[in-house]
Design a protein around this ligand. Structure first.
Ligand code: DP6
Length: 326
């Protein structure tokens, strides 16, 4: 009873921030994202009658009791209940990027865990059901299961809040450069951020406009209208941070280098380089450029001492692989 899955991280164009039903992670609004080819988590899960307790390895270290331990075991329990088994599990997880710094490690991590553990347990779930299951572990993880450009439908119940692919990965040849400006672990988790946002005086007005934003971003992707797409994505990222800054208590995710790069991007745009940024709940930036402009962008980053970056293109979602981790 063993299986291994690999899952990408994803960056949301329209963000998930705020929950209608906290326990089930039913979001306050729908969201739209793209999977990232080079931010990957691989997880092997084995259920075995020989194990006396669940053992969790993360990047070669045993995860001791605490928040992550509890969250992984809660997810294994969901899967054991569905499969009607009670064997303990050994999970081995390996990532190729830093965790807890706003690079959506929980999205790729829980997507990989969901696909590996459900297959190891013998469940044969549809893609839709996998997204529903992953969503309960970490909301954004549901968007790392389908391929390419993905929409998470808000829904109003456990069954109706799920994710689906809206365009395949090769539909639009964008480059997404993740610029890592801070590798320290963030102090406030996204889960906590989702709670306190309801205190922001701007939260209600955000929700009033969100449906139009979702319709627009899908239209701009469909038309491959990079200027309109980028403008909307940047405004949405800034709106997320307007919300975190005005939450109670407020959360400041940016570092000085985040702001330096945001300002440089505006200058580079005026110089004719068409790039746009997004930021999640952390200090790091996700830059979008057309394929032809990628080399110019990388040169500008290096010239300005931003040397820690990861190049991505739109990618497939979570999938099973044959090579188990040991
Ligand atoms: C800012 O999915 O990490 O990245 O459901 O509590 O695990 P939980 O939250 P999480 O929130 C991600 C928020 C975001 C925006 C987004 O990815 O849409």
């Amino acid at each position: 009873m063993k299986a291994t899955a690999v899952a990408p991280s994803n960056i949301a164009f329209i963000k998930y921030w705020g929950k209608k039903v906290e326990k089930l992670r039913i979001p306050s609004n729908g969201s739209v994202s793209v999977n990232l080819s080079n931010l990957l988590t691989t997880t092997t899960v084995e259920f075995s009658p020989k194990l006396k307790k669940d053992i969790i390895f993360y990047n070669k270290k045993i995860v001791g009791e605490g928040r992550t331990h509890k969250r992984v075991i809660a997810h294994l329990n969901r899967i054991r209940n569905l499969a009607k088994i009670n064997y303990k599990a050994k999970t081995i997880t390996q990532t190729n990027f830093p965790d807890s710094v706003g690079l959506a490690s929980s999205a790729s991590g829980y997507a990989a865990l969901t696909v590996a553990a459900s297959n190891a347990a013998g469940l044969k779930l549809s893609e839709k059901d996998l997204t529903i299951l992953a969503r309960v572990a970490s909301g954004s993880a549901c968007r790392s299961i389908p391929d390419g450009f993905v929409e998470w439908l808000e829904g109003n119940s456990h069954e109706s809040s799920y994710a689906l692919s809206i365009f395949p990965p090769d539909y639009w040849k964008l480059t997404i450069v993740v610029v890592v400006v801070g590798r320290e672990k963030k102090q406030v988790s996204s889960t906590q951020g989702h709670r306190v946002v309801k205190e922001s005086p701007f939260f209600k007005s955000r929700l009033k406009n969100i449906k139009k934003k979702i319709t627009d971003v899908k239209k701009f992707i469909k038309e491959k209208n990079f200027a309109k797409f980028g403008h909307l994505v940047e405004r949405e990222a800034l709106e997320l941070h307007a919300l975190t800054l005005t939450s109670n208590p407020p959360i400041i995710y940016w570092q000085p280098e985040t702001v330096r790069l945001m300002n440089l991007i505006q200058i580079w745009k005026q110089e004719g380089l068409e790039i746009y940024f997004s930021i999640d709940a952390g200090p790091n930036l996700f830059l979008f450029s057309k394929e032809n402009d990628t080399n110019d962008l990388l040169k500008k980053l290096r010239d300005n001492k931003f040397n820690d970056f990861i190049l991505n293109k739109p990618a497939s979602g979570a999938r099973l692989i044959k090579n188990d981790l040991s």
